[in-house]
Design a protein around this ligand. Structure first.
Ligand code: GLY
Length: 568
């Protein structure tokens, strides 16, 4: 039991020295670590490391397993970003497995032709909400190009778990509370996830042989195991029968894109993070570079919060205006991430007064909390930061019979009607308007931070709040937080519009809150916490390694500590 709890938070495995390839300039840590949102997924990664896999094989294993045991967050019907750093040559890679709009998608497809207004719920529930999945292609690509063991070996633990059963947990149940009615309305989802129409008991064993079959097809046939043949046919026929617009061509045409990661300086540190179609890396770069111009350690707590809020306000505004799929729109990444541009934005920050957002014209889009992230460092020093999603909890709540996975509702990440709030009060812009084959703008921000003392791999789910959480995570690691402390930080968020500072319950003392209000900030205490941050840290001086999984969810190992979790 104790060992089980230990495995829940983070897993460390010592590999024989002979198996390690030293990295010329970095050396290697003394063990490997995985931090993920679910112990069963972490176990899958650990097993693959034990069998001789590297961090990239383990990433494939954890990714596939999360799709099984955390279906509310991600899966084969969704997409993800794999940020990798290979120890042997220092190559950094960003594998973009983001979903794409179907080729028959149109800019106004979610608008009622009579009124020109968004049709309620169509971007969220049912067949039109689903974009073409990218995660299966990413698994095949990462395994083939960066893994050491076969895809079959990397997928084996999840295939076994799908056949024998996985354990339904607290987070599965909590998220199902929001989506049960829509899951119940879909025969495939109801059969796979509900027990007599109800949420399963926590601890219930869930079997999913269809998921195992799809993974076997991927292992056997690679990309075509999903994007051609039986699975592709089932998906297209199932989506179309329900009123959707997918075609075989959509699936046949899907490819991951390898993009240059976004790399920038943050004080003495180098940050490696997600480029577009994520908006997260650009906003992270802008915010941290604005803050780099202040003498941070000399600021009071209130002043640090004020400056962080003001920097986020400006970065989130630019995000809304400029960011979209770089294969479709020109995103001025070099300009937005230039320190000189950050200096200009910094100069507009009033150190003693909040800037009302309506003095910074622009638009923004709020995304909902969902998604999942995991971080891995192996004993050779390979790094993997992976954030993956089906968008809202349990995606579009559709399981096409015989497939074993939910489809996403990533179409909701597009601007449904540029400049005008959609059915959920969300507004967007032209850069992120729907176009056939386009990737919707994402906030997913898998990130690595490197300095002379340590190497950190981190990320989190949480919709548009992902970015503010990663900013906060980086700043807390800068000031010496452990991996667990960084993951546990009470959260404070501002995203330009609405012009308010969202905080977790208890995140700020009354005094700090009053201090921010005196500077002109509107504070909104949210009813619940958010995010699920996963951090792995490698201390370069002694090679030690630690992992911190967000303690907000019990099934990631509340309160577990590094000392208790080293596995040798
Ligand atoms: N669907 C959440 C995101 O990509 O940011």
């Amino acid at each position: 039991m104790i060992r089980r709890v230990v495995l829940i938070l983070s897993l460390f495995i010592a590999l024989p020295l002979a198996a390690r390839e030293a990295t010329p300039e970095w050396g290697h840590p003394d063990s490997a670590a995985i931090a993920s949102a679910n112990a069963q997924a972490t176990d899958a990664g650990l097993e693959v490391l034990r069998r001789g896999g590297n961090a990239f094989d383990a990433a494939v294993a954890v990714s596939a397993a999360l799709g099984l045991v955390e279906p509310e967050s991600s899966g084969l019907g969704g997409g993800g970003f794999f940020l990798l750093r290979r120890a042997s040559d220092g190559k950094v890679i960003f594998v973009d497995g983001r979903e794409r709009a179907p080729l028959a998608a149109t800019r106004d497809m979610f608008l009622d032709p009579a009124t020109g207004e968004p049709k309620p719920l169509q971007t969220v529930d049912g067949p039109l909400a689903a974009a073409i999945p990218g995660l299966p292609a990413a698994l095949v690509h990462v395994s083939k190009n960066y893994g050491r063991v076969s895809l079959a070996d990397a997928l084996a633990p999840t295939i076994r778990m799908a056949e024998r059963g996985w354990r339904f947990g607290e987070k599965n149940a909590a998220m199902m509370g929001w989506r049960k009615a829509v899951l119940a309305a879909d025969a495939g989802s109801a059969a796979l996830f509900l027990k007599n129409g109800e949420t399963p008991e926590q601890g219930a064993r869930m079997r999913n042989p269809d998921y195992a079959r799809v993974l076997r097809l991927l292992a056997e046939k690679g990309h075509d195991g999903f994007y051609a043949g039986d699975i592709a046919t089932r998906l297209v026929e199932g989506v179309r029968a329900a009123g959707g617009i997918w075609t075989q061509e959509d699936l046949a045409a899907y490819r991951v894109v390898e993009r240059e990661p976004l790399v920038f300086r943050h004080g003495v540190r180098t940050v490696i993070t997600a480029p577009p179609p994520s908006s997260g890396g650009v906003a992270l770069a802008q915010t941290l570079q604005m803050l780099d111009g202040f003498d941070w350690s000399k600021q009071s707590e209130i002043q640090q919060l004020h400056l962080r809020i003001e920097a986020m306000r400006r970065a989130y505004r630019d995000r809304a205006i400029f960011l979209g799929d770089p294969d479709f729109v020109e995103v001025p990444v070099a300009l937005l991430t230039n320190p000189a541009y950050a200096a200009g934005l910094r100069a507009s920050i009033n150190p003693v007064r909040a800037t009302p957002s309506d003095m910074l014209p622009g638009i923004t889009k709020t995304e909902r909390p969902d998604t999942t992230h995991f971080s891995i460092i192996d004993a050779e020093g390979n790094l993997a930061a992976v954030t993956q999603t089906v968008n809202l909890p349990y995606g579009n709540a559709m399981v096409i019979p015989g497939t074993g996975f939910l489809l996403n509702n990533e179409m909701d990440d597009f601007s449904i009607k540029p400049g005008v709030p959609n059915a959920f009060g969300l507004v967007g812009d032209d850069a992120n308007a729907i176009e056939p084959g386009k990737r919707p703008l994402s906030s997913m921000t898998p990130t690595m931070v490197i300095d002379a003392d340590k190497i950190a791999v981190l990320g989190t789910p949480g919709g548009s709040r992902i970015i503010s959480m990663v900013i906060q995570g980086v700043l807390s690691l800068d000031s010496g937080a452990t991996a667990l402390q960084a993951a546990a930080q009470p959260r404070v968020h501002h995203q330009y519009l609405p012009d308010e500072v969202s905080i977790e319950p208890g995140a700020l003392s009354d005094e700090t809150r009053a201090g921010l209000e005196a500077l002109g900030h509107t504070i909104k205490v949210e009813p619940r916490t958010w995010g699920n941050m996963q951090v792995v840290l490698w201390h370069r001086a002694d090679g030690s390694i630690e992992a911190g999984a967000d303690p907000r969810w019990k099934n990631v190992g509340k309160g577990a500590t590094t000392e208790g979790s080293i596995f040798r």
